[in-house]
Design a protein around this ligand. Structure first.
Ligand SMILES: NC(=O)c1ccc[n+]([C@@H]2O[C@H](COP(=O)([O-])OP(=O)(O)OC[C@H]3O[C@@H](n4cnc5c(N)ncnc54)[C@H](OP(=O)(O)O)[C@@H]3O)[C@@H](O)[C@H]2O)c1
Length: 301
């Protein structure tokens, strides 16, 4: 390996992919691929890209993330979220590269009253969750040098997300209704990229020993938890101060009052203890992480 590792980043046009490119850019030879440079529905192109890039590390931040639309496009969701990761795992194994893949809290059905651990039984309620779970299983079956980070409620200063939707709606309306009976951990793309960088840098340096010690599935979210309604209220309270945005009133409603094509878990809070025990890494709690994103958005204005 040269002094700087070669890092192939897939999904560089997405929220997390964008942050990964920023985070690794200073100390790695980054090969960034968005959908235009690599379409993950084409197995041959995936193989060709990995073989040409000959990476030390593959970061797969690409995914079919349209949770509701997946209900009517299950084959496309499966191609991107299940088949493509399987091919990446095979190619990573062939190349001796470390593969990092991201999965979702939506592999769970939300019926547990405490944070979900990595050994809890999965039971996705929707097509997106099922396609991501099948992707996890496919990678695990191939084995090798891999990490799967299950995360939740991802947003950041770049891309399309709940934060920007709320800020836009807040400019348009004085009052909003947001579901209050789905609880999770909003997690920023910045925190995910930072943690991924710390962990993979140390693995590539050999700090954690062989893959039998560290390879596997880990939850990785910001700390704490909140409902979508509570998150929206925090966005308005904090952005009113920081961005001088008008603060809208957010009223809690039940999921049943806001029907969507895809069902979602009521509790999707993940326990991050395994990640901390193995790698000594803990993401910050969701409130300061939100402030960090709002600061960046403010400076951009
Ligand atoms: N967003 C969340 O709330 C959330 C929650 C839990 C887990 N996750 C997981 O976290 C990871 C990162 O999510 P994110 O929020 O950064 O997602 P994102 O912003 O939607 O980015 C996903 C990227 O994948 C790309 N992509 C889609 N189809 C593709 C294809 N056929 N070929 C190549 N690229 C394709 C998209 O390209 P286009 O921009 O051209 O569509 C997009 O740039 C994903 O694994 C996701 O499942 C996300």
């Amino acid at each position: 390996m040269s002094i700087w590792p070669r890092v192939l980043i897939l999904g560089s046009g997405g929220q997390l992919g964008h942050e990964l490119v920023q985070s690794f850019g200073g100390h790695a030879e980054v090969i960034a691929c968005d959908r235009n440079s690599l379409d993950l529905t084409s197995p041959d192109k995936i193989r060709e890209k990995v073989r040409t890039a000959a990476p030390d590390l593959i970061l797969n931040a690409a995914a079919y993330t349209a949770v509701d639309r997946a209900e009517s496009e299950p084959d496309l969701a499966t191609a991107i979220n299940t088949h493509a990761p399987a091919i990446l795992a095979e190619e990573a194994l062939r190349a001796g590269a470390l593969l990092v893949h991201y999965s979702t809290d939506y592999v769970f059905d939300g019926t547990k009253n405490s944070p979900w651990t990595e050994i809890d039984a999965t039971n996705p309620l929707n097509t997106y969750g099922a396609s991501k779970l099948a992707g996890e299983k496919a990678i695990t079956q191939v084995g090798g040098r891999y990490l799967i980070f299950r995360t939740s409620w991802v947003y950041g200063p770049y891309g399309k997300n709940f934060l920007f939707t709320m800020l836009r709606l807040g400019r348009e309306r004085d009052e909003l209704k947001v579901v209050d009976d789905q609880v999770g951990s909003p997690t920023t793309s910045i925190e995910l990229a930072k943690a991924t960088n710390k962990i993979t840098t140390r693995i590539l340096r050999g700090d954690f020993g062989s893959p039998s010690v560290w390879a596997g599935l880990y939850n990785m979210t910001c700390g704490g938890s909140v409902s979508w309604c509570g998150f929206a209220q925090a966005i308005f309270a904090r952005s009113a101060k920081l961005l001088k945005e008008k603060s809208s009133t957010v009223h809690p409603i039940k999921t049943i009052e806001f029907p969507t094509p895809a069902a979602r878990p009521h509790n999707s809070v993940l326990s991050n203890e395994k990640l901390f025990q193995r790698f000594g890494v803990r993401l910050t709690t969701w409130e300061p992480a939100l402030d960090e994103v709002l600061q960046i958005v403010t400076q951009r204005k």
